[in-house]
Write a protein that binds this ligand. Structure first.
Ligand code: SAH
Ligand code: TYD
Length: 406
């Protein structure tokens, strides 16, 4: 038995994915021998409602000066974060000379909008290479992990913040208590916390189990977020579903009683109960669906190989590390993975060791099938890849169901 990272209740796994490498651990053959693996087991805490990894790699293994994920690789995400920033400015930054802090600001995809508006801002980004890209764009960024100590220093230098923002990072952090303590120190009494992450409800509904990997310590829902933050005197005042990353939720919080609570919050809590997100049985059903999905995908790939078809992966996402390793997808089934990120190209996928090649190789010799690993960007990719389809190419998808798009 392990204990819940949020409330210390003893919990056990509802699914065991076996040994997994780092989702973003793209590597070269000479590094195979030292490749790091951890035991990826996921548990549900019936007391606080948190779905969580029971073991996590050390944070320095994941976030460092060669971090492979650059937020700016998706055009749609840039639009998404511009709208996110505009919404925050309109609705929550009425005080004069506001100060905004973003945790996990990466290459500055969100903060660039605050910088362009001439607003005081600070990005906290421990991965040195992506933080440097932000700095080069004129975005104030410190290369550190956020926590209570850093919050004290930020306040000493800049005063308290009006807004604390985070996208796709809160769920990465096993030591969430020091994060919320830091937020409490950092924010003005009327300050707001706004963050978004992949939503547990979507993962369960779509069997998108690839949202589970080393960096995603938690899968949040409104109930579990409320529980955690209530311990520090905060309450959720709004929730807004997002289409990004295959279904995310944006949570808006502030100190209890400081602002009205939107009716969307009790409505979402009600929906979560109707979906059974508070029940252990839900996660047993989820495990069975993951197993079925895995079996169907590997059978399909084996069948295509037997027919002599060429299959190439599209998007060397960190998520796909869970798919390739859990399903046992090997380079003889998927020839290579096409990706636009220079740092990933020429390397091999974590664990499964499928070559990652530049996008140009996909275009220069279309395969019979493209396995859509970056399914969360499906709209953007389908628009871009009309010619692949027109040439007779077919897409293999696995969320919400395994299938071929004819
Ligand atoms: N917000 C961006 C990046 C998400 S990736 C987006 O949504 O696209 C997660 C980022 O959080 C990485 O760049 C990682 O280096 C950073 N990160 C991880 N732990 C952190 C911590 N404790 N404090 C601040 N940033 C952190
Ligand atoms: P993403 O799904 O955003 O992230 P995660 O790693 O969190 O699962 O990663 C998208 C990956 O797909 C990234 O490596 C860039 C690549 N990509 C392409 O190669 N082509 C594209 O058109 C898009 C949108 C992404």
């Amino acid at each position: 038995m392990e204990s819940c990272l949020i409330c210390s209740t003893e919990i056990s796994p509802f699914i065991d994915f076996g040994k997994m490498p780092l989702g973003n651990g793209f590597l070269l053959p000479e590094q195979y021998e030292q490749e790091y693996f951890f035991s990826m087991r996921v548990g549900f805490c019936p007391v606080c409602g948190m779905v969580q990894l029971l073991e996590q790699p050390d944070r320095e293994r994941m976030f460092h000066d060669n971090y492979a994920f650059f937020s700016g690789t998706s055009r749609y995400m840039a639009v998404h974060f511009r709208e996110f920033a505009e919404g925050v400015m309109e609705r929550y930054l009425a005080e004069p000379d506001p100060f905004v802090v973003e945790m996990g600001s990466n290459d500055g995809i969100m903060l660039q909008n605050f910088a362009a508006a001439g607003m005081r801002h600070l990005g906290v980004e421990p991965s040195g290479n992506v933080a440097q890209v932000a700095r080069e764009k004129g975005i104030n960024t410190v290369t550190e992990f956020f926590g209570a100590d850093l919050a004290r220093r930020i306040v000493a230098e800049n005063g308290q913040a009006d807004a604390f923002l985070a996208a796709n990072v809160m769920c990465h952090i096993p030591y969430l208590h020091t994060i919320v303590e830091g937020i409490d120190l950092l924010l003005k009494p009327s300050g707001v916390v706004i963050f978004e992450d992949p939503y547990l409800g979507d993962v369960v509904e779509k069997t998108s189990y690839d949202q589970i990997y080393d960096e995603h310590t938690f899968l949040f829902c409104t109930a579990s977020v409320s529980y955690l933050f209530a311990r520090y005197g905060f309450e959720v005042i709004d929730v807004e579903p997002q289409v990004t990353h295959g279904g995310s939720m944006r949570y808006v919080l502030c100190r209890k009683g400081m602002r009205p609570v939107s009716p969307a919050v009790p409505r979402q809590l009600e929906k979560e109960r109707a979906m059974g997100l508070h029940l252990p049985e839900t996660y047993d059903r989820f495990r069975k669906k993951c197993e079925e999905s895995r079996d169907r995908l590997i059978s399909l790939l084996r069948e295509l190989k037997a027919q002599g078809k060429r299959v190439v992966g599209y998007g060397a996402t960190s998520k796909s590390t869970t798919i390739t390793n859990y399903c046992g997808i090997t380079p003889d089934l998927v020839e290579f993975v096409s990706d636009t990120t220079p740092i990933k190209q020429g390397k091999f996928s974590p664990g499964a060791h499928i070559p990652v090649r530049p996008y140009e190789e996909f275009v220069s010799s279309y395969p019979d099938y493209a396995l859509l690993f970056a399914w969360n960007h499906a709209r953007e990719i389908m628009e871009k890849e009309e010619a692949f389809r027109a040439s007779g190419g077919k897409w293999i998808v696995y969320v919400p169901e395994v299938g071929v798009l004819e």
